[in-house]
Design a protein around this ligand. Sequence first.
Ligand code: MTE
Ligand code: MO
Length: 384
Amino acid sequence: DPYSSDPVRHPALRINSLKPFNAEPPPEILSDSYITPSAIFFKRNHLPVPQVDPDSYQLRVEGLSEGVLMLSLKDLKTKFKKHTITATLQCAGNRRSEMNKVKQVKGLNWGIAAISNATWSGARLRDVLMDAGYYPDVSQWARHVQFEGLDKDVTGTTYGASIPLNKAISEDGDVLLAYEMNGEDLPADHGYPVRVIVPGTVGARNVKWLGKIIVSAEESHSHWQQNDYKGFSPGTDWDTVDFKSAPAIQELPIQSAITMPADGAVVDRSDEEVTIKGYAWSGGGREVVRVDVSVDGGKTWQVAQLRSSEKEQAPAPSPPPGQAWAWKLWEVTAPLPQEAQELEIVCKAVDNSYNMQPDTVSPIWNLRGVLSNAWHRVKVKVRE
Ligand code: MTE
Ligand code: MO
């Protein structure tokens, strides 16, 4: 069993698939902490977790003028300045289960918690590329930076993905070769000893157990870059889809969801009000500037209180424009509408480009169930 050396996992995780391991935390735990504890951070593996010996680990960097550069874990930690960022990772398939209700899609049936937020520390990819001989003329022929994981399938094929070279090399891009998560060594499930963190970019490009970096004229040839993680029209189905016709997902669209109360929960009329909590995030470093919440299915709205640090009392300063990599947690207390026996609670977020979420799922349905970001709705009963 290639999965026999997979690590032990937190029992609270909701398992989507055991081999490979895919799991998300219960939503109400997710919004308990601004920084998601690593043990309950969602886990998305396509393959068995590789066991990597930190002493013999070598990262291979190729495609630049210095030829091949090999870096040990110690080299990464000592030759390059250590940077720390707080960044949210979201799987392209987060909230896929809502698309499944409209019409069946292919993929893991994620709820609303294939998203989590952590601090990441490591060397800047930019600094490593500079050390490997990057010079501005490289961008005349190179367009992409490819990453290969050390996790393999039975045929020896490794996980792989790529990002645009300009994101990789930009000073403001904050792409890290991370060796720490939440102040500790990366856990096995999250890419020990080194993973790429591409803030603002879909989870799939944040390659774990990083083995190789290739500066290239072409995108990664991997299945996951070429024939997966792409968006299509609701009118496209498996008999008509041409994966070459759509770009690979990189930056993700605006997103928000309600973590509390849960769908089907019951509130007491005598409480007179209901407290609603959730998360909101946008890709590409766009900052969430507002979350609107309704308890009557979208007829009337209230603005939620946003939180961007562990404690509301100590708000974090706003990040520079284009570098809002971390989510916001939000909360609002709404009076119970008189006589309603059931509430339809709805949330929608707005980012600083005034991007907003679509109101329903049908117009954004796609065969792979990715980019599922319609207004999130939960129904709650009122007990008299
Ligand atoms: N990297 C490798 N090497 N293998 C993988 O299976 N999964 C990707 C990405 N990086 C994956 C990978 C996907 S699809 C996602 S959403 C994120 O890792 C999940 O990261 P996490 O497990 O740390 O939450
Ligand atoms: Mo993913």
